[in-house]
Design a protein around this ligand. Sequence first.
Ligand code: HAM
Length: 419
Amino acid sequence: MIKAITGTKDILPNDINNWRRLENLIESRMKLYNYREIRTPVFEETSLFSRGIGETTDIVSKEMYTFTDRSGTSITLKPEMTASVVRAYLEHNLGKQYNFLKMYYISPMFRQERPQAGRLRQFHQFGAEAIGSNDPALDAEMIELSYSVLVNFGLKNLEIKINSLGTPESREIYKNELRSYLKSKFSDLSDDSKKRFNSNILRIFDSKDETDQIIMNQAPKILSYLDGQDLSHFEEVKKYLNLIGLNFSVDEKLVRGLDYYTNTTFEIISPKIGSQSALCGGGRYNLLIEQLGGKPTPATGFAAGMERILLACQNENCMDSSGQKIDVYIVRIDQDKESEVFKLASQLRNNGITTEHDYLSRSVKAQMREANRLNSNFVIMVGGNEFKHGNVVVKNMEDGTQVETKFSDINEIKRKLSK
Ligand code: HAM
């Protein structure tokens, strides 16, 4: 038997209810904050991501699904959306039409990571990007917006962590400082961290190795190396978060895994779901648009992993377990009433009434069982003595009452269904 590829997951009919609930919530929250939807292709030219996300990041160096197509172009399935959104923004000259633009997305992403609970190779993100403003209020809005989706979905165990990575210049001074601190500890670092020492030193903060963590806890921290402007931007972000009563903590070890960040970074964590606890991450990326060929344009955004949100929701018992409901199940009492049932179902559906009937030539008893299984509000029985007089029986499944009504009068049937 052919099985789904490792790290991918089917979303089955029984799972859909909660996915839809999440998607509807995302759409309504995005509308409240005035973000407009953008959809981009599932694959892009590889160089977009290697330039956008950074050659030395884990994503680009070891996680991308990259292949050469028949025309010899190197193609990559998108591992994240920010680079694609910026590409579309530049390609369609959106900056000319709007000096400030807020966009959101819901989309599958692809990363060849080692699969585990909350970590997939095809997963779904929703996210937002706002391009054209350096206002710290916008950073705070991103944090509030993403948090509001999580809270309104029913999650309670959430922690907001924020940090600032400053500008590349101040970061460079900090990295030098970190390098000289780590030189004397180099032999104690894990093999992975030794590699990161040369390629991407800040990512040593993400190491799960205990000795690395002890070393990094004592390392110099970035905020002491930011310049006045960066620090006041960070102070403003904190001020806005306090203004709306959002609890957060400053985590100077929050360096994020993508290279494009400047100034504010943040993550929202669900501390109880295990090692893949980051539900959401984002921050400001004031240099990316320029790096991808545009004019210098400040921007900020975030993305959240939808499978992880659902996992956290399962852990916190906030999943909606009510199944799908239908309005009417038509029970065919006499086998030869198939055409009448088919026509009535069509009329009811065209009148906006969710209707189902039997396709398996089941007995009346089995059809009633099916009506119950489908949580049908009403059953309409077509056939029997009533039908000889031109009537059908409408049964209310909640209180068990039943009434007769004329089969040929769809409006009368509708009225009976609304009682
Ligand atoms: P990211 O931190 O790489 O940021 O991903 C955001 C979220 O996607 C993570 O917090 C996590 O919930 C989810 N996620 C990432 N990888 C996986 C995976 N393998 N399986 C399941 N879920 C996963 C970004 O992607 C940036 N583009 C965010 C951003 C937007 N920054 C500015 N604008």
